[in-house]
Design a binder for this molecule. Structure first.
Ligand code: ADP
Length: 279
């Protein structure tokens, strides 16, 4: 499944909205009533915050929803150097002429796409502010450098993702931003659903999937003993894929879980012991 990401770097090529449609159904196992909730929020055009730890299915869910709703999905991975111009657009010098180039947010606003700001806390606060007028009744985006204001297409929806786990005081979502979104809470899928995901995504048999899910649960419990975050479904899928590719199970778990999770030798030993107990 190819999900198009909008690059925020200066790109002389104009972005074309057609490239952002999700053509094939992304495999997604619903965990609770998130599909219904998203549907309603979309109908009401309420901006949405997908909340939850890394690798628990937020991005996959959104791709699935974009496909269900037949909407283009413009994804922007936020980082600290992301400027408002990267989102909105800028004048570019082409030969002797300057031409305006829309940024990915403007593209989504104009064409009625879902705009997904992934890991929004990573963006600088002054960048975050540009989304504010899009999140209330105004539904507009000022293109200040161009001196125009875009009115959002009726289909436009803003979605952000946010991991409450590893926010520091200096890098938290401001209340003035977060209180503009309805939140859909995500967590690691319950055992049976995670098993189904590992079988489908990772290509392992039920027995192996059951053990990997157990590994996930046990490693997640280590959070009470100093592990920063639990093991993601994503990493369990990686382990499953390595096993399907013919790697020894323990080796696959060490590579995809133990070493990927931590650099702390004692914690590594603990996780490897769990792996040896299960496989
Ligand atoms: P996030 O955006 O929360 O960091 P992703 O959506 O990228 O995480 O999920 C990571 C991977 O885990 C996906 O690529 C997919 O393989 C798997 N996954 C997690 N949850 C689900 C789910 N509910 N249905 C299907 N696949 C899932």
């Amino acid at each position: 499944m190819a999900i198009k990401r909008a690059h925020s770097e200066i790109d002389s090529r104009e972005l074309a909205i057609e490239e952002f449609f999700v053509n094939e159904e992304p495999f997604y196992v619903a965990v609770a009533d998130e599909i219904e909730l998203f549907d309603s929020a979309y109908r009401l055009r309420l901006p949405i915050m997908l909340k939850g730890p890394t690798g628990c299915g937020k991005t996959r869910f959104l791709a699935h929803m974009a496909w269900r709703l037949s909407l283009p999905l413009v994804t922007i991975a936020c980082h600290e150097d992301l400027t408002a111009s990267d989102l909105v657009g800028r004048f570019l010098l082409k030969g002797h002429e300057t031409t305006w180039s829309d940024g990915p947010l403007s593209l989504a606003v104009k064409h009625g796409a879902i705009c997904y700001l992934d890991e929004v806390v990573e963006a600088r606060k002054d960048t975050t502010v540009v989304i504010h007028p899009l999140t209330d009744d105004r539904r507009m985006l000022p293109q200040e450098k161009k001196g125009v204001v875009l009115e959002a297409h009726p289909n436009f929806l803003l979605v952000i993702s946010y991991n409450p786990g590893y926010q520091s005081v200096t890098k938290d979502l401001k209340q003035s931003t977060r209180q503009r979104f309805v939140a859909i809470d995500f967590n690691y899928p319950p055992a049976e659903k995670e098993q189904a995901i590992l079988m489908s995504e990772g290509g392992v048999d039920r027995e192996t999937a059951v053990r990997l899910v157990r590994l996930g649960e046990m490693v997640r419990n280590l959070r009470q003993h100093g592990l920063e975050e639990g093991v993601s479904t994503r990493l369990l899928v990686y382990a499953a894929k390595l096993i399907s590719a013919g790697h020894d199970t323990r080796q696959a778990c060490t590579a995809a879980v133990t070493q990927a999770m931590t650099d702390d030798p004692e914690m590594q030993e603990t996780i490897d012991e769990i792996v040896s107990g299960l496989f």
